[in-house]
Structures are given as C-alpha cells and as structure tokens.
Design a protein around this ligand. Structure first.
Ligand code: NI
Length: 171
C-alpha cells in the first residue's frame, strides 16, 4: 500500500467529471487500498479517486477515520436516489486545506452504489454521513464544496483560496 499525493484546488483533474468504473480487477483493489491508506494518513473522513488524480467514480467514507472496524465504505458508481430534509453545518475538504465553511446539504441521503466486490447496494446516510456522501459525489462530478457557497462570502473565500493556491504553499 502507498500514501498517494492529494490533488489540491486548481488541479484540473478535480474539475473533470469522473468516468464510471467498469473493471473490478486487481488494479482497482490496489487503488482502493492506496486510497484508504491516503485517507487515514491525511487524516480525512472521505476521499474521491479524482483527489488522487484518478478520474474514476470511486469514493471512500469512514467517519471513524479507521478507528472503528466496519465503518469504511467503499462506494463505486454512486447515485443519489433520494434525499430528505436540509441541514446547515461546517464542511472542509482535503483538496482545500485549512478552509472550513458552512454549507447546506440534505439531512438524509439514499445512495445506490456498487461495493468493491461488484455487488449492488443501497444505503441511507444521516447527518455527517449524508454530508460526506454529497460532498464526495460532488467531487466525482467535478464540484468542490466552495462552489456551493453563495454571494459575497463565496467571492471572498475564492479570492483567498486562489491566492494561496498560486503561492504554491499547497504543492
Ligand atoms: Ni473533499
């Protein structure tokens, strides 16, 4: 296993919609294992494949960051099929280090996806899990959480991020 470099704001791969996974082969398993190690090392609760430069519809969520067995979700070709409610809370991203902003997301999300063994599954997530599901699906569509900010706040934050990205401090 290997810790992979995490792509940061300004990298084109984060803006390109990712391609569906079609081969459940050994190289996919290796990529998943490397992504798990990368997410835990960061540390983070979620990671999308395009954040490590691979434009595939594959994402991980583990709200325990590896502390509790059974909490790692390997999610392939996800589709949000139902949402309920709305909740506003803080959110951050490994590709935009040190920025935490308030974003409104659905309170409950139902996801249809394929697991690492190629089995189709469905899962409801609530609260932080629902937030992580939406955040990572956004990544696979080329959207970052700061895109969901509005108005003056968005302009102010984007200006700060672009300045920091240009300074090379993240790379
Ligand atoms: Ni993120």
């Amino acid at each position: 296993m290997a810790v992979l470099p995490i792509r940061k704001y300004g990298d084109d791969v984060l803006r390109k919609p990712a391609e569906p996974v079609t081969e459940f082969d050994e190289s996919l398993q290796k990529l998943i294992n490397d992504m798990v190690e990368t997410m835990y090392a960061a540390p983070g609760v979620g990671l999308a494949a395009n954040q490590v430069g691979i434009s595939k519809r594959l994402m991980l969520i583990d709200l325990s960051v590896g502390k509790r067995p059974g909490e790692l979700h390997v999610i392939i070709n996800p589709e949000i099929i139902e949402t309920q409610g709305e909740i506003t809370d803080e959110e951050g991203c490994l590709s935009i280090p040190d920025f935490v902003e308030v974003v409104t997301r659905p309170e409950r999300v139902k996801l249809r996806y394929i697991d690492r063994n190629g089995e189709e599954r469905e899962m409801w997530g609530e609260g932080l899990m629902a937030r992580a599901m939406c955040h990572e699906v956004d990544h696979l569509n080329g959207t970052l959480f700061v895109d969901r900010l509005r108005g003056l706040k968005r302009d102010r934050i984007l200006k700060k991020i672009q300045k920091l990205a240009k300074s090379g401090m993240w790379f």
